[in-house]
Design a protein around this ligand. Structure first.
Ligand SMILES: Cc1cc2nc3c(=O)[nH]c(=O)nc-3n(C[C@H](O)[C@H](O)[C@H](O)COP(=O)(O)OP(=O)(O)OC[C@H]3O[C@@H](n4cnc5c(N)ncnc54)[C@H](O)[C@@H]3O)c2cc1C
Length: 408
């Protein structure tokens, strides 16, 4: 499928999108090519780099990427991640995980994907990005949504889209407090850059002890830089201020003290971070809302059905953008019809992706030594040749469990 030509089907619509990570720019791209006037507001001062590598699998993701016209660029900037190895506390390999099992059909750094979509949209006449600001209040009227911002002047939009992630401000304002929708799954995850002192080249090592996992991976062949990931179990949700780097460094250092393998080096790199923007730290959690829209406000991406880690959140975000923009075009911009159709088309697909993600924490950091041995045994069996294809098909099932309509 080739990129579709620009149309004016939605030229009468003024849409505000909150959040410029994956879902926001993906929807901006899909709406802008149909003529809508799109404003994207992002609370960070610039497009945020970093984050884990994310992968796409199966024909649905491929169709959407091709439809967006970014398939070639995603391929050009893919990671080429190879085998990942589970190691003992002394670094001895325990089991290898083949690339096909871990990295999907094509894998790309989250920041690179966000940059591709941002670059495609930022200079369009009908798209405007506003950084370092956030929606403050939303007030729906019969003809639109009156929006006030923390910094910029108030404006009225026809529609408002929450693409502002797991802790969505839009959702809190339009749907209610986060505590009603967020299910904490008993684990935390952190990610940040570390020196590539192991000399990894498009490969990763990970080590678990009961309730904890440390991984170091190099996805892009950079000889100097690698990415560390830490996962730990935690019975209670922590009271974390995401802007307080020192607090997060303290929590992680305490949790990972005494762990073997390369953990000491990873914690030293953590201590050298100077800005909270260099650290991704969040609960492993899922979002469950009753409906994806309320009046003229609608949710896409993690804000609506998020699952930290393993839930193909990035693939689901681009599929959601495709369906929502397509349904709006099909309904001539009528949000009632379009939002109901988006819900009907997309809801079960999102649920399927969330289901897969539910076990990410216990899988990466099993709570007992026995659990770790069982997981490694399972890895070994699944990585064996005859079963590798079966495993791939299994993970692809959720990613392809939707019939995409061919929208106007
Ligand atoms: C820097 C970064 C690193 C990440 N790293 C990982 C990772 O290592 N592992 C993992 O599982 N997932 C990670 N994610 C989440 C992952 O990107 C999503 O699961 C998935 O891609 C769906 O994307 P999304 O656009 O719906 O949500 P997100 O990627 O979470 O993006 C939400 C965006 O909204 C912005 N935002 C938040 N609040 C407001 C507000 N009030 N006003 C305006 N903007 C706001 C955020 O700054 C962010 O840019 C990361 C996200 C970011 C932004």
């Amino acid at each position: 499928m080739t990129p579709r030509p620009q149309s004016q089907a939605l030229a009468h619509l003024h849409v505000l999108i909150s959040g410029a990570s994956i879902a926001g720019p993906a929807l901006a791209l899909q709406l802008a090519r149909r003529g809508a006037h799109v404003t994207v507001v992002e609370k960070a001062p610039a497009l945020r780099p970093g984050g884990f590598a994310v992968d796409f699998r199966g024909h649905v993701h491929r169709t959407v990427l091709q439809d967006m016209g970014i398939w070639d660029e995603v391929h050009a900037r893919q990671t080429h991640m190879g085998v990942q190895t589970v190691v003992d506390a002394d670094g001895t390999p325990r089991v290898d995980l083949p690339a096909a099992m871990m990295s999907g059909d094509v894998e790309i750094a989250r920041g690179s994907l966000a940059a591709i979509m941002y670059e495609r949209t930022k200079d369009l006449d009908n798209v405007r990005y506003v950084f370092a600001d956030s929606v403050a209040t939303l007030h729906e009227t019969p003809t639109g949504v009156d929006v006030t911002f923390e910094k910029n002047a108030p404006r009225t939009f026809d529609l408002v889209v929450g693409a502002d992630g797991l802790h969505s401000r839009t959702r809190a304002l339009a749907f209610g407090d986060e505590s009603r929708y967020l299910t904490y799954l008993g684990y935390y995850v952190a990610g940040f850059d570390v020196p590539n002192h192991l000399g990894l080249d498009r490969t990763a090592r990970l080590h678990s002890d009961p309730g904890r996992m440390v991984g170091i991976g190099n996805a892009d062949g950079d000889p100097a830089r690698a990415g560390a990931s830490l996962v730990f179990s935690c019975a209670e949700r922590l009271d974390v201020d995401r802007r307080d780097l020192a607090q997060q460094q303290k929590i992680l250092t305490e949790r990972f003290r005494g762990m073997g393998w390369e953990t000491g080096h990873v914690l030293e790199a953590l201590a050298r971070l100077t800005s909270p923007d260099e650290l991704y730290f969040d609960a492993i959690a899922q979002i469950h809302v009753d409906r994806l829209s309320v009046g003229r406000v609608v949710l896409v991406g993690d804000a609506g059905y998020g699952a930290t880690m393993g839930g193909m959140g990035t693939g689901a975000a681009i599929v959601a953008a495709y369906v929502l923009a397509g349904e709006l075009a099909a309904a001539g911009g009528d949000h009632r019809t379009a939002f109901a159709a988006y819900e009907a088309e997309f809801r079960d697909f999102a649920k399927g992706c969330q289901k897969i993600a539910g076990n990410a924490g216990p899988f990466l950091a099993p709570p007992t030594a026995r659990g770790i041995r069982q997981r490694d045994l399972m890895y070994r069996v699944l990585a064996a040749r005859p079963l590798a294809g079966f495993f791939q098909r299994l993970t692809q099932r959720a990613a392809t469990d939707i019939v995409l309509r061919d929208y106007p």
